[in-house]
Ligand binder design. Structure first.
Ligand code: AMP
Ligand code: MN
Ligand code: MN
Ligand code: MN
Length: 283
């Protein structure tokens, strides 16, 4: 059993600017109801929701930390890196989010073409329409596949077509850590390796990634990112100490329904065992 609890901080959440279900306003209001005092909005490859979120957070007396979950790659293996605390007008962040937004569209075209080769209809236009103003992602393809009666639910779409080792997991499209990290590390920004448990990797590989992440200016690893088992969180807490990383934590909330945990709710971390990244920001 996992030991998820409501916490006063949450440094990993999504809104409709990417693949979350709630608008930035609704997300911040819900976080406030759950008594979250410090929230980071970390949409995939976009900062579009931040100013709206900040306005609402300020009016509710909450701290909103600027965030973005960037799609990156280590030796062609897709990873997620959460950037936190960057300036509103950070031009390096704007450069890389714009870059990845272009990649998202091109990758969407590639995914649609691969699905077509498997005998499915061309889903590109429908996925783009489904995404609307949001950053196009695999969840939008999954939604269209459900609407078209191709699969029963999101899990089936990822299991059969879009997830790890399936055709939708296109490997070599994202910026390599070596290209993106030094530029961002030189700005006023904290770089966090997101949800280490979510990658299909051996512990040896994971440690090799952490070593490179550290060498390239990485600041922290996410020791809790939803409802992992407590023993895994203890393991990541140990790794954060071994590599002299700070520790970040969040729910990876995408919406009130589905497989995700609630905003402000994630496996308990042991603050005395780690160097919490959130201590640098005021609540
Ligand atoms: P993308 O950003 O386009 O690479 O898509 C990755 C996103 O898909 C993740 O951030 C999750 O929100 C979502 N996702 C991954 N696996 C699943 C799953 N099995 N069921 C539902 N959503 C998933
Ligand atoms: Mn997502
Ligand atoms: Mn992620
Ligand atoms: Mn996320």
């Amino acid at each position: 059993m996992s030991d998820t609890r409501y916490q006063r901080i949450d440094l990993h959440t999504h809104s409709t600017a990417s693949d979350g279900k709630l608008s930035p306003t609704e997300l911040v209001q819900l976080a406030h109801q759950q008594e979250v005092q410090m929230l980071a909005l970390t949409d995939h490859d976009t900062t579009a929701g931040l100013s709206e979120a900040k306005g609402v957070a300020t009016s509710l007396g909450m701290t909103l930390v600027n965030g973005c979950e960037l799609s990156v790659a280590w030796k062609k293996i897709p990873l997620h890196m959460v950037a936190l605390g960057f300036d509103d007008d950070c031009s390096i962040m704007a450069k890389w989010t714009q870059h990845n937004q272009t990649v998202r569209l091109e990758r969407g075209r590639q995914i649609a073409d691969l699905l077509k080769k498997k005998g499915l209809p061309d889903l590109f236009d429908k996925a783009v329409e489904e995404a609307g103003e949001s950053q196009l992602g695999r969840p939008h393809f999954a939604k269209v596949m459900i609407l078209e009666g191709i699969v029963k639910d999101m899990n089936k779409a990822f299991d059969h077509y879009l997830g790890n080792k399936k055709l939708g997991q296109i490997r070599d499209v994202w910026p390599q850590l070596e290209e993106i990290m030094p530029e961002l590390a030189a700005t006023n920004c904290e770089l966090v390796l997101a949800h280490p448990k979510r990658y299909p990797l051996t512990v040896t590989k994971l440690k090799a990634i952490m070593q490179d992440f550290k060498a390239l200016g990485g600041d922290a690893i996410e020791v809790a990112s939803g409802n992992e088992r407590p023993d895994y969180v203890r393991f990541l807490e140990r790794l954060s100490r071994d590599f002299e990383f700070k520790a970040s934590a969040g729910s990876d909330f995408h919406g009130p329904f589905g497989p995700w945990t609630q905003v402000g709710r994630f496996t308990q971390v042991h603050e005395q065992e780690i160097s919490p990244i959130w201590y640098q920001w005021q609540v």
